[in-house]
Design a protein around this ligand. Sequence first.
Ligand code: NAD
Ligand code: TDX
Length: 336
Amino acid sequence: MHLLVTGGAGFIGSNFIKYILEETDWQVTNLDKLTYAGNLENLADIQDNTHYKFVRGDIADNQAVNNLFSGNKFTAVVNFAAESHVDRSIQDASPFINANIAGTQVLLDASLKYKIDRFLQVSTDEVYGSLEDDGFFTEDTTLAPNSPYSASKASADLLCRAYYKTHGLPVLITRCSNNFGPYQFPEKLIPLVVSNAIEDKPIPVYGSGINIRDWIYVLDHCAGIKCVLERGVPGEVYNIGGDTQIHNIELIKMILSVVNKSDSLITYVKDRPGHDHRYAIDPQKIKSQLGWNLQYNFKSALIKTVKWYIDNQDWWNKVKSGEYINYYQKWYGIIK
Ligand code: NAD
Ligand code: TDX
């Protein structure tokens, strides 16, 4: 098996590559543009592994992608590469259209041309939109994305579906809930709360903090992707979720207690425009049809994750400089 992983220098992709190298004897090539969110330090411990190779490049660059496919014999593609932060998509949607939609199309075309055995699109529960207080997202829930980010991911899912229906490309789609774990870029809620708390900075809470997310430890997501890659049925969608719904404010208070900081750091700010109220995944299909199950307990994985950020301040101190400072000032200045 020679796997092409795109976006492998980001949060989930880097965890996935390390997971695959530990669990299998597969060859892995990582194609990543190294945007602000891509960081080769996430992969420092495997950079010399003979089963692993890094290539810098843009999935939307047709020439570069075709050169890469023609020079390698990839068996499968796992597409993580994307612009991934909702708030940035509110500020400027164009990078999302290019990376998430045009980039996916370029990869689909190359996969067709070079007769790839499996193409797995890493999608998100956000394509289903928002839930009220009851119910779950199943694979049959209507797509109703509310942010430019989720609209771009839903568009990519539809392109994948079309390449399966029209060209017979063996496409699989996974839609996962909110991930947490090491190496997550500190624009996202959990690493933002931990790092701001350590620095005694205000913790910005959108609206009244009552929005609900369904959290999953990143390695449970990685195991789900490997499971779908190996055993999923082409053309099918598989939801992956953590069975752990929590109000944002409750999660923030849990984190503050692990870091041993006061709730007085909590600062309510203007709500995110179009803020989805609740996400909740029904993961029955992947459980009953493919035999995947959660391996990690939420509470202990959260504590382990918070401790990782406490022990790896150098990692996020470097990340929270330059571009990040400009983004932070601009965004939280607007929503204050
Ligand atoms: P991330 O922002 O941490 O990483 C994205 C990676 O993609 C970075 O390394 C970046 O350099 C790379 N990239 C961006 N544009 C690229 C391009 N045009 N060409 C090549 N590389 C490019 O994101 P993440 O949180 O690790 O998410 C990975 C994937 O999983 C995304 O597709 C996201 O939609 C999906 N997802 C994320 C979550 C979550 O909770 N984080 C949940 C469900 C699904
Ligand atoms: O400063 C903040 N204050 C706040 O209240 C931030 C950054 C977030 N929030 C809230 C918004 C959400 O309700 O916390 C919740 C989680 O926010 P994010 O970490 O930005 O995640 P979310 O918008 O739920 O999207 C995530 O899950 C699905 C990922 O970023 C996506 O890539 C993935 O597809």
